[in-house]
Design a protein around this ligand. Sequence first.
Ligand code: AMP
Length: 541
Amino acid sequence: MLGNMMTEPLLISGILEHAIQNNSKTEIVSKRVEGDIHRYSILDAAKRSKQLANALVNLGVKEGDVLGTMAVNGYRHFELYFGISGIGAVLHTLNPRLFPEQIDFIVNHAEDKYLFIDLPFIPIIEAVAKNLKNVKGFIVLCDKENLPKDSKLENLMCYEELIKDESEEFDWPTFDENTASSLCYTSGTTGNPKGVLYSHRSTILHAWYSSAGNAMNLTSKSVVLPVVPMFHVNAWGVPYAASMLGCKLVFPGPFTDGESIYNLINDEGVNNLLGVPTVWLGLLNYLDEKDITLKNVNSVLVGGSAAPKSMIKDFQEKHNVFLLHGWGMTEMSPLGTLNQDTAEMDLMELDDRYELQTSQGRAIYGCQIKIVNDEGGTLPNDGKTFGRLMVKGPAIIERYYKSSESALENGWFDTGDVSTISPDGYMRIVDRSKDVIKSGGEWISSIDLENTALGCPGVLEACVVGVAHEKWDERPLLFVVKNSDECTKESVLEYLSDKVAKWWLPDDVIFIDELPHGATGKLLKTGLREDYKNHLITKGD
Ligand code: AMP
């Protein structure tokens, strides 16, 4: 027997309508690519999203058409989030840090009809424009006077001119909540990027459960600064969640260095921050340098890569902030687990608590997790056994865009991560399955080694890869970027010696000027692994 309740579809336009009625005065503040600050209310944002929706209809955009954006975090991008998805078209966010050949592959694969571009990214699009097969026009997110006169792009339009004469009224269409709303390609290190096509339903459910009481610490009093980019996994869904709750949003534009972030926090009263560890490293270094502390910040969410213990400790002891460690991936919208502050943690010795906080936390409602062996058999949640981490939930991918095959294994999605799960549900990422080091039949976690090495004085960044070894199959090599001459191979190995098992100690420590990072800021290990594959063999170790 079915229930008797309404089947009102979950649509992104509904968030905006809710905000108009309930939080219309809430501010949205943006540091613009032009360098100045823009400030308006969510009511203004909604009106302009509706002007955009009218403009899109006039351009002939239909339900299901895919429109690309290459833009930083800012108010115009926010309007695109709602205006494009609201009419039933698909918002395709493009990561400007991808290689040119990946960008034209993605734009062609997605069949983008129009591209919306922030001023600094015009050269990136100009460089690939001749290869773009379906793009009918390029719309620059700027005022008339800033529209470049000498661009090589054909059919170049100005966003402000496009929307300025349009009506601020628009009746959002109603359609199936499973309709596609946005598209984001994974920045895999091998092969072509793959598209993850979110639906209105998955987007709303994700925003809902990730902003529920005990999740991302968002409330109507939050002043949220998402440093996590709107061009990757919808900025972790924050533009939607914040608009549901009526949080003030502060967008940093392209300015994500420690000083700029600190100034925005201070000027706008930011209390909730979200971003990847490298951003927080930049902020912490800046605060150290200037000998200043954070005042009103009460939540910093870190994800995308593992949060090192030294960072968790610094936030707590220097700035009185509990670092909220989360894990997820593009294919999961992205949030899967969060390591929330709990009453149990209050009773723990600080060092034990920091150790627990380095785990990626417990599954949030909406995401089920389990670990399995190579044959798919479920492994115990004993906190020790490593396994392939599998996930299931209503905001998790079923198949990649345009793929004829399901991406699932017996109804679960294989995250490509290897993890443990403790008896009380704490999940700890051990490694990416391709990065884990298989030494003499045992597994060594490159992430654990990296994080431990980061605590060593003089180590600024660390990266561990497994390379071939005649006796043990693979052994770890540690690459270090240092900021002090006192940091030597001996000092690093000495530091590690009482913190990791003896057989985990790297076979060599190599100092380099810079580590390779991919388009989403993650360490790119493929090149190092290739360049150093014979490092231990030729040395005859
Ligand atoms: P992406 O799809 O680009 O967001 O990358 C997702 C991947 O980033 C995950 O599968 C993990 O390998 C990694 N990742 C995300 N968050 C964390 C975290 N807190 N700790 C360790 N790895 C993480």
